[in-house]
Design a protein around this ligand. Sequence first.
Ligand code: TXA
Ligand code: MG
Length: 324
Amino acid sequence: MNLSRAAPRTIQASPASIAAAAACLQAGRLVAFPTETVYGLGADATNDAAVAAIYAAKDRPRFNPLIVHVASLEHAARYAVVNAQAADLAASFWPGPLTMVLPRLEGCALSRLVSGGLPSVAVRVPAHDTALRLIQASGLPIAAPSANRSGRLSPTKPAHVAAEFGEEVAMILAAGRCEIGLESTVVDLTGERPHILRHGGLDRDALRAILGEVAEGAGHEGAPRSPGMLDKHYAPVTTLRINATTIEAEEAFLGFGPDIGLGLGAAARMNLSADGDLTEAAANLFAMLHQLDAEGHAGIAVAPVPDIGLGLAINDRLRRAAIR
Ligand code: TXA
Ligand code: MG
């Protein structure tokens, strides 16, 4: 957190503020903006210096490539080789929480830094009015990782972004809380078989319905392992334990499902979803971890979350957050 520097300006999204944000992007500056998944830290994806400024602001390892946000499949096709599978997925899930890793179109206008040196590029059409208007108003493909410092929790509210960055971000376009609250699903279509590199807001079964069998997990032949699969990631500052059914002294408890008395006596108790609804839990995950982290407890104990549907992505984030 940059307590020594002024937080960036937060401005409610409107036609005027979106036009101002578009001008900032065109001038090579960084703008944080809402998407349906999490807030993104955006820059002109064709401008190396602007893209470098993202890595700098995030303290992100250079090799971790960025997602390029575009307005449509046609827009994506200016930068990436769109095959039949990609077109099918786009028809079903764009705009939406699906990122496709595709071969970079040779000679395209994108900064190479966006791809972190890989011959591929990750593209996504976000399902958020403000994000789409920003892409359109700027006339640019927008490179945007989640608007958090590297290895920290992803932001689902404007205040989360404001707490992480200083003057290196020109402005934060605010539009309340992100509906999905979990990053997009990343699927690699550059290899022989589609491969899920990161579980996220789009359910694996939805992908299977279009693609048939999809591989997942690390290290299949011919496709790069997603650098975003770095082991320690998405970590709060406070020590975190997963699959907790008991509580230790001074720990906060983050529950899931109906209250059956787990975590009684904890320093604080929150519940990802009292109804056991994984979509609600995903939407609450980062905000609740942010809050418990900020409260400065001795530790955070998280109840077991079932490994099905969005639970896969939630557990993936939790496992990384628990690594010390
Ligand atoms: O929901 C989201 O995806 C958000 C919003 C802002 O769109 N963005 C986001 O970006 O989560 P980021 O940078 O935090 O995560 C991008 C993921 C990383 O795991 C990265 O390694 C992977 O996508 N990725 C990007 N380009 C890639 C490429 N060319 N090959 C393999 N993996 C790639
Ligand atoms: Mg991220």
